[in-house]
Design a protein around this ligand. Structure first.
Ligand SMILES: *Cc1c(COP(=O)(O)O)cnc(C)c1O
Length: 407
């Protein structure tokens, strides 16, 4: 296990915490930027807005996929230029628009929003370049549209385009589509990119001028469960670089963006939780850990979903539930106890029976004071967890630098 000594040191003062790894994050950034030639990446802050994580990623030259005013402000504070902060979210208020219009590139999520942006721009006496989020006429795997709360149906966008072109304070210069997260099949994503380029050509034609940017959204997933086959980013990057080059032969000034959240940080964070107590009840052994449901909720949600779904292979609901066995539990024993194993349930210290992270598993023997390290805790982890519940001391977040120093 990486950073084992650092984790042991932190356990002396902390009963539960996250640890994010700078070196790993930078390697993940490189995996994408080196394989995808001619493409700009945007970091989806909602996956993990930890200040050291965000700073590391922005220092490596990525832009921002911001989903709220706060995420725009965090990005601007990190000196990300306006052209590289793409603010896309449904339900932006007029106030949200006014607060971000001069420091980010707004991606309008509805026809009504385009008009609202136009009035805010008019009040400020400026003309703004915006993108529109489209609900495309396809999905990752299908070739027809589905109803969505996100974006504007492409049909409806095209039929309103003449009117939109007349607006005096907005100029539509880009499009954004985000159709799906956590896809591992590189061929499926490749096919999606192809469909995106043909949609973009249609937009260019109907708009009557080239686009300044096309934001392809996210999609590239990470292997959570041991049986998951990682997405082949080398193959995908290669193919995407070629598709981009072809497009740029026609439209040299268009920037191609890909958004990414979990790929950069998902596997580069762990959650560490200490064994607080241990008991046997009616023949079953319970290991009581610190802040599980209320520190890192996703393993408990997995238990909940599997409990209610009889198929044992429920569909994902990102980012709450990804798959079965999405997190690995690694024992961290302070003293060597040989190869002793036992059947246990790993549960938390909350006063609710829902606080279960693993049920009846065979596990090395743990004692009070030992710990369990949970993997894949860099993304949709700290931010998703109800840390106020039961008013316990929440887990801290630590960041380990290349030289092993910890902040
Ligand atoms: C959440 C989100 C992402 C990030 O998805 P990952 O699977 O973490 O890469 C990207 N784009 C949009 C629009 C999102 O809502």
């Amino acid at each position: 296990m990486n950073n084992k000594q650092i984790i042991l040191n932190l356990l002396e003062q902390n009963n539960s915490f996250y640890l994010y790894d700078k070196k790993g994050i930078e390697q993940s950034v490189k995996t994408l930027t080196q394989n995808f030639d001619g493409i700009e990446f945007l970091y989806s802050l909602k996956t993990n807005p930890n200040c050291n994580v965000v700073e590391t990623i922005f220092k490596n030259g990525l832009g921002a996929d911001a989903a709220s005013v706060s995420e725009v402000l965090i990005s601007a504070k990190n000196n990300v230029p306006k052209e590289l902060i793409l603010f896309s979210a449904p339900g932006k208020t007029t106030q949200d628009i006014a607060n971000t219009i001069e420091i980010s590139t707004l991606i309008a999520d509805s026809l009504d929003e385009i008009h609202r942006i136009d009035s805010v721009a008019k009040q400020k006496n400026i003309v703004v370049k915006i993108g529109v989020r489209l609900n495309p006429p396809f999905t990752f795997v299908g070739n027809s549209p589905i109803p969505s709360k996100f974006g504007i149906d492409s049909d409806s966008f095209f039929s309103n385009l003449d009117e939109l072109k007349k607006l005096e304070h907005v100029e539509i210069t880009g499009i954004h589509v985000h159709s799906r997260s956590q896809e591992l099949d590189e061929k499926v994503i490749e096919n999606y990119y192809k469909k995106m380029f043909s949609l973009s050509r249609e937009v260019v034609e109907k708009l009557g001028k080239p686009l300044e940017f096309i934001n392809m959204g996210s999609g590239i997933g990470i292997a959570y469960a041991d049986i998951d086959k990682p997405c082949n980013t080398e193959y995908l990057g290669n193919s995407m670089s070629k598709l981009t080059q072809q497009f740029k032969n026609e439209f040299s000034k268009t920037t191609i963006f890909i958004e990414t959240g979990r790929f950069l940080v998902g596997k580069n964070g762990v959650y560490v939780t200490k064994v607080l107590d241990k008991k046997v009840s009616c023949g079953k052994t319970f290991v009581i850990l610190c802040n599980t449901l209320n520190g890192f909720i996703r393993p408990s949600i997995e238990q909940l979903v599997l409990n209610y779904d009889k198929t044992q292979n429920p569909l994902p609901v990102e980012p709450l539930y990804t798959s079965k066995d999405a997190f690995q539990f690694i024992p961290l024993c302070l003293q060597d106890k040989g190869d002793q194993i036992e059947e246990v349930s790993l549960v938390g210290n909350l006063c609710t029976a829902a606080d279960v992270v693993a049920k009846d598993i065979t596990f090395p023997k743990l004692q009070i004071g030992d710990a369990v390290v949970i993997t894949n805790a860099g993304s949709y982890a700290a931010v998703l967890s109800p840390m106020q519940f039961s008013s316990q001391t929440p887990p801290k977040e630590f960041f380990v630098y290349e030289d092993g120093s910890v902040k």
